[in-house]
Design a protein around this ligand. Structure first.
Ligand code: PLP
Length: 286
């Protein structure tokens, strides 16, 4: 099946899809994005993703590219046209095309691109059985990481550094030695007495949609969550560690900076969260 992208009002062949060289996303990273998981033909947590999109747009004083209900139709249509049963849908909105100038352009429509791709769910399942490795790095990003902006250069560099160290994710650490979040995920630990710990979303991280839904999953499983800071040292000594994101759901971390977490195998708490996630998250038929 040929891949199809949505670009500013048109469904086009993915290989021909293009935006203007003066798109402000290209010129200034003046844009925002969302990534939703598609699982078993369902868009997962679409309402929360679009609520966060609304917030990101609002923080940047950027207009919605179209009515929210029309945008939902486009998301579903791109998933459908690409025959995606399991994978992801990516949505990007920029401040539009205008002669390069730092100031906001006047009367310029936002630009919107949507793509979708299939991902074999067995890949994540296999990875969850082995777990992933993370490295830690000093925070290098701007302060507004609560906005899901396409300006991701520090994340690119951090994740590349992780790969070059044989790891799959990099955790940004604040100046007090506390873990913030990953390059494209939120960070969690499980304490010796079985409590889940994750950094408060108001303190220099993105409020992950998966993170929010995991609060509900944890409640259903009778698990307690503490939103508080935790240090790299505490994470290394934790009973379990894991990351969360739309594409990884809850993924065990078995090694931090080369040191094993607990016995170096995925923990049972993260695996139970992972298993319960699909039943509890919102599902919208594509
Ligand atoms: N933190 C960062 C920096 C991210 O880029 C992401 C996702 O891409 C997340 C957290 C997790 O967010 P979500 O669960 O909405 O995918």
């Amino acid at each position: 099946m040929p891949r199809i992208a949505y670009v500013n009002g048109r469904y086009v062949a993915h290989r021909d899809a293009a935006v203007h060289i003066e798109d402000r996303g290209y010129q200034f990273a003046d844009g925002v994005y969302e990534v939703c998981e598609v699982a078993r033909g369902n868009l997962m947590d679409m309402t929360r993703h679009l609520d966060r999109l609304s917030r990101s747009l609002g923080e940047l004083k950027m207009a919605w590219p179209m009515h929210r209900s029309a945008l939902e139709i486009v998301l579903r249509e791109v998933v459908r046209r690409n025959g995606v049963q399991n994978g992801l849908v990516y949505l990007q909105v920029t401040r539009g095309v205008a002669a390069r100038d730092f100031l906001f352009p006047k009367d310029t429509a936002s630009c919107m691109v949507v793509t979708a791709k299939s991902v074999d769910p067995r890949l994540a399942a296999t990875r969850a059985e082995t777990g992933i490795k993370v490295i830690t790095l000093p925070e290098t990003r701007w302060e507004r990481v609560d906005i899901k902006s396409v300006g991701l250069l520090p994340n690119v560099l951090a994740k590349q550094a992780a790969k070059e160290s044989g790891a799959q994710e990099a955790w940004f650490v604040d100046t007090d030695g506390n873990v913030k979040e990953g390059g494209s995920s939120n960070a969690w630990i499980v304490t010796a007495d079985g409590k889940l710990v994750t950094r408060p979303a108001e303190h220099g991280i993105l409020r992950g949609i998966t993170r929010t839904t995991l609060f509900e999953v944890a409640a259903k499983l009778g698990l307690t969550i503490e939103e508080r800071f935790f240090s790299v040292a505490e994470a290394k000594a934790a009973r379990e560690a894991f990351i969360s994101s739309a594409t990884t759901i809850a993924m065990p971390v078995i090694e931090i900076d080369g040191a094993p977490v607990a016995n170096g195998h995925p923990g049972s708490v993260v695996l139970s969260l992972r298993e319960a996630f699909f039943d509890i998250a919102e599902k919208t038929k594509a």
